[in-house]
Design a protein around this ligand. Structure first.
Ligand code: NDP
Length: 271
């Protein structure tokens, strides 16, 4: 795929952060974007802004944990634009609590949104993406490359996504399907504000300096390049590349690094 122009791209979690940036950036590159998330008002507004800028977009309110709603999103994309070239499973939530303290419902919720949300969308989009010899992309995380302390449910859900997507790639080896796992590091967005704490309530604040992170637009551009080059794994800044490399040779050292980095956060549960 040389360019995203005239490609139909379904993006979940498009109402905020990385998903919203992908919608704006890809529409500006000439793609037809189909936006899914729960916040209908935000999606309608974003769609109107893309139309006003001369782009093509459609939206559908979807809770990715509900299979029927994922089917409705995919059906709407096909009815509106005639097929699907790229599905980006981006909708996701995070958490912050030690496993000792966390309510099990938090881990179930993380798996429901991050893992099952990906599976649900892939289930209904797969025949269309197979037909276009297109791409399925999972937005995982550096936490999907190595366990991130205080984020058991988050890391587990991202590892599960990777296992699922890798298997999907192999099953479709002879069908021209491209499957990519993208692993952003810390990116300025709403994800830490919405992250679940031990009792399942939202954190409501960020423990990190969001101004020092990658921007969602940077992530969107790197993911677009990965799609065009049909990469398997899309690593981004130094965090991702270093994690991927060091894990192969010195995983115990990486454990200590991850512990040290996360224990430096204000109010870190590791203290
Ligand atoms: P945001 O919180 O800004 O965006 C998350 C998006 O997911 C929103 O659009 C939200 O929309 C949607 N979403 C959440 N739950 C559901 C649901 N049940 N059904 C449908 N949509 C849902 O965070 P980011 O942009 O940062 O996160 C996007 C992805 O990037 C996530 O998968 C995250 O794990 C990953 N990531 C983020 C990093 C970061 O530091 N920001 C680092 C590495 C990976 P709505 O509430 O309207 O449903």
């Amino acid at each position: 795929m040389k360019t995203l122009e005239n490609k139909t791209i379904v993006i979940t979690g498009a109402s905020s952060g990385i998903g919203e940036a992908m919608a704006r950036v890809y529409a500006a590159q000439g793609a037809r974007v189909v936006l899914g998330a729960r916040n209908a008002e935000r999606l309608a507004q974003l769609t109107a802004e893309i139309h006003a800028a001369g782009g093509q977009a459609a939206w559908c309110a979807v809770d990715v944990t509900v299979p029927e709603q994922c089917k409705a999103l995919i059906d709407m994309a096909v009815t509106t634009f005639g097929g699907i070239d790229v599905l980006i499973c981006n909708a996701g939530i995070s958490m912050r609590a030690l496993f000792d303290k966390v309510d099990l419902s938090v881990l179930h919720r993380l798996m429901d949104v991050n893992f099952w949300g990906t599976v649900n969308c892939c289930k209904y989009a797969l025949p269309y993406v197979q037909a276009s010899h297109g791409s399925i992309v999972g937005i995982s995380s550096v936490a999907g490359l190595h366990g991130l302390p205080g984020r058991t449910g988050y890391s587990a859900s991202k590892y599960a996504m990777t296992g699922f997507l890798e298997t999907l790639r192999i099953e479709n080896l002879k069908k021209g399907l491209h499957v990519m796992v993208a692993c952003p590091g810390f990116t300025a967005s709403n994800v830490r504000f919405a992250a679940l704490t031990a009792d399942g309530s939202q954190q409501g604040e960020t423990p990190r300096d969001e101004a020092k992170m990658m921007t969602p637009e940077q992530v969107a551009r790197i993911v677009a390049r990965g799609i065009r080059r049909r990469k398997r794994l899309c690593l981004m800044e130094i965090e991702g590349r270093a994690t991927h490399f060091v894990k192969k040779f010195a995983p115990a050292f990486l454990d200590r690094m991850f512990y040290w980095v996360m224990s430096k956060e204000p109010d870190s549960p590791l203290k």
